[in-house]
Design a protein around this ligand. Sequence first.
Ligand SMILES: Nc1ncnc2c1ncn2[C@@H]1O[C@H](COP(=O)(O)OP(=O)(O)OP(=O)(O)O)[C@@H](O)[C@H]1O
Ligand SMILES: [Mg+2]
Length: 247
Amino acid sequence: MSAAAIRVDDVTVHYGEVLALDGATLTIEHGRVCGLVGMNGSGKSTLFKAIMGMVRPDTGSVLINGHSPAKVRKTGAVGYVPQSEDVDWAFPLSVRDVVLMGRYGKMGPTRRPRAADHAAVASALERVELTEYADRQIGQLSGGQKKRTFVARGIAQGATTLLLDEPFAGVDKRSEATITRLLRELADEGATVLVSTHDLHALPALADEAILLMRRVLMHGPPADVLQPENLALAFGLDVLGRGESA
Ligand SMILES: Nc1ncnc2c1ncn2[C@@H]1O[C@H](COP(=O)(O)OP(=O)(O)OP(=O)(O)O)[C@@H](O)[C@H]1O
Ligand SMILES: [Mg+2]
């Protein structure tokens, strides 16, 4: 049997004194869309960064398709849409430049794009409906367009594992629907998607499975089970769906 798309085993991460992940363990199989939910500070972004190899776990291990994050990043097989707060939007890059970055691994040391690279960028931009914004500086985009730019980068690089950190934050319903549909299409083509969100109501339409995070994985199962009020209470400590009684 082939290795799981994402395997996180007993990962603990500290930032100085702060314990951000505490023995997080999870496995996601190929072709799945997995929603990641948890309160602010529960370690979602840290989990993405640990999977990407951007923060080094104190203990534990991460494997993507059975390989280390560093190795998989070199091949371009893993794509990452960072949380908006983690991006320098003033950086002088156009939409096309960002998407072209997804091709760097395939370009060789000179980083001179060839016809195939330009074609991949054009096709990815079309897929996320940003063709007409290709020359726009990335800071001069709406929230939804910014997210779609990074999704296009993942598509252009041919990523089979996609990590999206809050792609729906500051995004209108139409962009949310476009991104949700795109993620489903990519999963149907065999990609594995891990996507964090605070939109609990949208979770069943978005994801095949969901993870409830609170420094560790509290629960991993069908979205409907994860959304049970008693499970949400564990992760959020209150009646987040607004349908229970107060204490
Ligand atoms: N670079 C950093 N230095 C120090 N502490 C950090 C750093 N990044 C995150 N933390 C802390 O680690 C914990 C987990 O943060 P993380 O960003 O992973 O949470 P999150 O679930 O993504 O939150 P949010 O929903 O607000 O995006 C928090 O307590 C946070 O303050
Ligand atoms: Mg975060």
